[in-house]
Design a protein around this ligand. Structure first.
Ligand code: NAD
Ligand code: UGA
Length: 463
């Protein structure tokens, strides 16, 4: 069997960093080097103060503390790490294309191709190349063609090993995965990767398939999860007009073991770097094979999600007498879910944009997201000038600075701490009527009503 002594991972992001930290933690005899072009990201991974790691994940600091410097290293020397490795994971970003053919839908594979070309030009010995990034089905074919045609005559075995961790629970997901999926053609290469995971994952949870099933299963898993959120969000709108309560409906259907209770929480809309990107990619692939009905079916998951974000913003405006101009609206939360500092595709960005169009004054508090990131998200939309974004929206480090004297509060992320606030005190310090728009069904509605808030939550509002 091929023995793996050195692993390199290209891409030190939300996936590469935590995944490799756990592989190193559980395989002390394998040297794991994570490389990235981004010097400041690598510096942050090497920071002695573990609170400065570039990714916030509960438990990550302990894993890094255990393995870093022992058999886990972070570096920008990509060529050296490629040269030395027996196995190379590619864990770079695969965003939606913003130009050319497939713009707005297809996955942009330029970073993947650059990695393949770099591996091919540097490698002087046989390597196993592992796709860790989420990729369109049949990408391994292109990867193999680049590696074989531009390389130095060494052998490359390609495996697909998509990652299923969710942000905010990355370390528990990695320590205790429902399954690890490995797709490939070469039995020895597959076995080599299986042995890395076997250090801590029970063998019956390590699934092996052909390359295409593995690549496609990753897109399909995200599509099914997102579809459940859009399904319950569609029902939330129906609940609001009929007097049903979406939380009660969720509980009632989730008890059916065939349906299951997870991913049935109505919200202001799903965010995150992957659900939308991966479904758009699935839609694009289906269209490229002329499967119109298949493409339309999955596209509806995105359409409904966009509708949910817009509908929440419009509910705020309409409830506040059709004008939010000059009104102070406190945003609790900016991250796309709790326990992460990631804001990619967060619903908060789009709700804020809608309200800023109406000249609202937004004050944001998020326990983990920096002001710099929030302005970056808004500036990236390209709708208002940076000066205008900073004039209309402020970011504060103390939640009470946001809440004091506010006309309304909008809850965009389900951080636990929001539940613990002294809501009576908040009520006393707000303008009247004191509107709360709960985009996460987070707060206790009977408490909010007893305190005389004008409380609106997703999926139950008919009095
Ligand atoms: P990320 O943007 O956080 O990290 C990617 C990193 O790759 C960046 O730091 C970038 O500088 C680096 N990079 C890009 N090109 C490079 C190159 N040529 N050489 C060296 N470094 C390079 O992205 P992420 O969230 O970690 O996602 C990576 C992949 O994993 C994506 O395909 C994504 O769909 C998938 N995925 C993400 C998650 C998640 O929770 N974020 C979960 C499962 C799968
Ligand atoms: C998701 C998947 O859960 C992971 O398995 C996958 O690896 C990852 O995408 C990826 O490929 O990037 P992630 O986006 O990190 O993970 O987080 P989720 O917990 O899936 O939440 C996604 C979004 O859906 C969040 O905005 C969350 O608030 C929302 N959501 C989730 C709901 O609105 N309701 C729910 O019931 C569940």
């Amino acid at each position: 069997m091929m023995e793996i002594r050195k692993i390199t991972c290209i891409g030190a992001g939300y996936v590469g960093g935590p995944t490799m930290s756990v592989i190193a933690q559980k395989n002390p005899n394998i040297t794991v080097t994570v490389v990235d072009l981004n010097q400041s990201r690598i510096n942050a991974w090497n920071d002695n103060d573990l609170s400065n790691l570039p990714v916030y994940e509960p438990g990550l600091d302990d894993v890094v503390a255990e393995a870093r410097g022992r058999n886990l290293f972070f570096s920008t020397d990509v060529n050296k790490a490629i040269d030395e490795a027996d196995m190379i994971f590619i864990s770079v970003n695969t965003p939606t294309k913003t130009y050319g053919k497939g713009k707005g839908q297809a996955a942009d594979l330029k970073y993947i191709e650059l990695c393949a070309r770099q591996i091919a030009s540097v490698a002087k010995s046989d390597k196993i190349v592992v796709e860790k990034s989420t990729l369109p089905v049949r990408t391994a074919e292109a990867l193999k063609s680049i590696l074989d045609n531009t390389g130095n005559g060494v052998n490359f075995h390609i495996l697909s090993n998509p990652e299923f961790l969710a942000e905010g629970t990355a370390i528990t997901d990695l320590h205790n995965p429902d399954r690890v999926l490995i797709g490939g053609e070469d039995a020895e290469a597959i076995e080599a990767l299986v042995s890395v995971y076997e250090a801590w994952v029970p063998k019956d949870r390590i699934l092996t398939t052909n390359l295409w099933s593995s690549e496609l299963a990753k897109l399909v898993a995200n599509a099914f999860l997102a579809q459940r959120v859009s399904s319950i969000n569609a029902i939330s709108e129906l609940c609001e007009v009929t007097g049903a309560n979406v939380n009660e409906v969720s509980r009632a259907i989730g008890q059916d073991s065939r349906i299951g209770s997870k991913f049935l929480k109505a919200s202001v809309g799903f965010g995150g770097s992957c659900f939308q990107k991966d479904i758009l990619n699935l839609v694009y692939i289906a269209r490229s094979y002329n499967l119109k009905e298949v493409a339309d079916y999955w596209e509806q998951v995105i359409i409904l999600n966009d509708h949910q974000k817009t509908r929440f913003a419009e509910k705020i405006i309409q409830t506040m007498y059709n004008t939010v101009n000059g009104k102070k609206i406190a945003f609790l939360g900016w991250a796309f879910k709790k326990d992460t500092n990631d804001t990619r595709e967060s619903a908060a960005i789009y709700v804020a944009d809608h309200l800023l169009d109406e000249e609202a004054n937004i004050v944001v508090y998020d326990p983990k997201v920096s002001a710099e990131q929030i302005y970056k998200d808004l500036d990236y939309l390209g709708i208002r000038s940076p000066e205008e974004n900073r004039r209309l929206l402020k970011v504060v480090n103390d939640p009470f600075e946001a809440l004091n004297d506010a006309h309304a509060i909008a809850i965009l992320t389900e951080w636990e701490e929001f539940k613990e606030y002294d809501w009576k005190l908040i009520k006393d310090r707000m303008k009247r009527p004191s509107f709360v728009f709960d985009g996460r069904c987070l707060l206790d509605s009977s408490l909010m009503e007893s305190l005389n808030f004008a409380y609106y939550t997703i999926g139950s509002n008919v009095k």
